[in-house]
Design a protein around this ligand. Structure first.
Ligand code: NAD
Length: 500
């Protein structure tokens, strides 16, 4: 596996001058060292990108959808070719372990495959008309330039979920990656451009990248030429983006914070539950939108599950994520570490009993932020309302399943949830209308690690957006209802008489 930035960039064929600009300093969370500086897009540059994207859209929308799928197929193949290298870059830039980096690139490949199939299935309905000699149908058309604003923790997959669908739907795309992870974005853009050359018929500027901080994102959200803004990040970000886009009657797909819980019932397969809980809570160092943050364990098994969990926590290998023996890498930066410590201090004030949470490996990595994942046992009634983007798992016992479900739902966010049970009544209740209120409700699977085939997203302060599989593609298109009169009469709907 390649471990240095210069090795990785040269394997991907990216010229070094792209990462030796002035402006944004890129720091690796692995050791806290600077690995690149990249140019930030100014206001005029962003404006030009939007204008170019509009022109590209006007050409691309006329290309038949299955042909558009061919470009995405080529891009998927390019990702297959560079999977290991891109995964190493993901690890180096955002700190997730290499296995998860590989998983993230695989997710990109999967969504490309899905989008290729979809390019022949952008179906509309045919609807019975009430008028003789008439036919009604729905047609789906592309929207225009789609802005994709992404978060640091899935630096490449989120873009691909959006762009693969947006492109087969006939849109152009503009990507504003997290300011913490611009290198992976530069790499993806480079691979996409190579695929576009191979394809031969893509308009110039079909997919573009604008690097910068929140103000670059804000410029995209305000611009009327962009009919759809797909924004992934914190609820605080969505609270700003949503009204700005709505004010100009644009559309959004908001994929925001989660506060995900697992319920462990008395009949659960405990070994399986323990593995799912530990992966969900400590994987990606607790920095997944779907990370497990709360655990409700039935009182009859609480005293065996919690000690077993503590034992599992103490054996998790923490360290350099590029080294495959480690299962937990670093937090993204010092700010994330401070937020974690603040949340732990607050739960201690609320009477929580804490294990873990301390900073580790400071001798080896004095400028990086590795932590022992934390487990906090909370008093009965307490709920945890905010998402702290760090490995903290709050544990509480429960007596009645209905009460556990109510507590699970009693947070502002509604992304992912899970129940571990072998009792069909409990499983069905959890997935029913009286059960979990989240966009994702799993049985005997943890909260994180969704497949691309399903629609991904959550309710309430998670934003309500859906991306990826199922019919999420419809958000990237506009629907037209067409009524076609093939008769020689002009009957009006609802039988209205209007005799001239
Ligand atoms: P963040 O909100 O700090 O930043 C996300 C992106 O939004 C960045 O590109 C940032 O520059 C941009 N941004 C910030 N303010 C903006 C504004 N006013 N206008 C336009 N753009 C703006 O989030 P982060 O720290 O990078 O990521 C972590 C958060 O993302 C967590 O809350 C996590 O749950 C969430 N997340 C959600 C999903 C999901 O699918 N629901 C997926 C991944 C991450």
């Amino acid at each position: 596996m390649m471990k240095t930035i210069s090795e990785i960039l040269s394997a991907l064929g990216i010229p070094l001058d792209k990462v030796e600009g002035k402006g944004l300093t890129v720091t690796s969370p692995v050791d806290g060292e600077t690995i690149a500086t990249v140019e930030i897009a100014g206001t005029e540059a962003v404006d030009a990108v939007i204008a170019q994207s509009k022109i590209a859209f006007e050409a691309w929308r006329a290309v038949p959808a299955p042909k558009r799928g061919e470009l995405v197929r080529l891009f998927g193949n390019k990702l297959r070719e560079h999977k290991e290298t891109l995964a190493a870059l993901v690890t180096l830039e955002c700190g997730k372990i290499y296995q998860e980096g590989l998983g993230e690139v695989q997710e990109m490949i999967d969504i490309c495959d899905f989008a290729v199939g979809l390019s022949r299935q952008l179906y509309g309905l045919t609807i019975a008309s009430e008028r003789p000699g008439h036919r009604m149908m729905e047609t789906w058309h592309p929207l225009g330039p789609v802005a994709i604003i992404s978060a640091f923790n899935f630096p490449v997959a989120v873009w691909s979920w959006n762009s693969a669908l947006a492109l087969v739907c006939g849109n152009s795309v503009i990507w504003k990656p997290s300011e913490k992870t611009p290198l992976t974005a530069i790499a993806c853009q480079h691979l996409f451009e190579q695929s576009a050359i191979e394809f031969g018929e893509a308009p110039e500027y079909l997919s573009q990248l604008v690097i910068g901080t929140a103000d670059v994102g804000e410029q995209l959200t305000k611009d009327k030429r962009i009919p759809l803004v797909s924004a992934t990040g914190s609820t605080a970000m969505g609270r700003k983006v949503g009204p700005v886009v709505a004010e100009r009657f644009g559309r959004t797909i908001l994929e925001l914070g989660g506060n995900n819980a697992i319920i462990v019932c008395p009949s659960a397969d405990i070994d399986m539950a323990l593995r799912a809980i530990v992966f969900g809570a400590v994987g990606t160092c607790g920095q997944r939108c779907t990370s497990t943050r709360r655990l409700y364990v039935h009182e009859s098994i609480y005293d065996s599950v919690v000690p077993a969990l503590k034992r599992a926590y103490s054996s998790v290998a923490i360290g350099n994520p590029l080294d495959e023996k480690h299962l937990v890498g670093p937090l993204i930066d010092e700010q994330a570490y401070t937020q974690m410590q603040n949340a732990l201090a607050l739960s201690a004030q609320q009477g929580g009993k804490l294990v873990g949470g301390e900073r580790v490996l400071t001798d080896q990595f004095p400028h990086a932020f590795y932590v022992q994942p934390a487990l906090v046992e909370l008093a009965d009634a307490a709920t945890v309302q905010t998402e702290t983007f760090a490995p903290i798992l709050y544990v509480q016992p429960y007596t009645e399943l209905t009460d556990a479900i109510a507590r699970q739902n009693d947070v502002p966010q509604g992304l992912s949830s899970a129940i571990f049970t072998t009792d069909v009544r409990e499983a069905e209740l959890f997935t029913s209308a009286m059960g979990s209120d989240c966009g994702i409700a799993n049985v005997n699977i943890g909260t994180s690690g969704a497949e691309i085939g399903g629609a991904f997203g959550g309710e309430k302060e998670t934003g309500g957006g859906r991306e990826s599989g199922s019919d999420a593609w419809k958000a990237y298109m506009r629907r037209a209802t067409n009524t076609i009169n093939y008769s020689r009469e002009l009957p009006l709907a609802q039988g209205i008489e209007f005799n001239l």
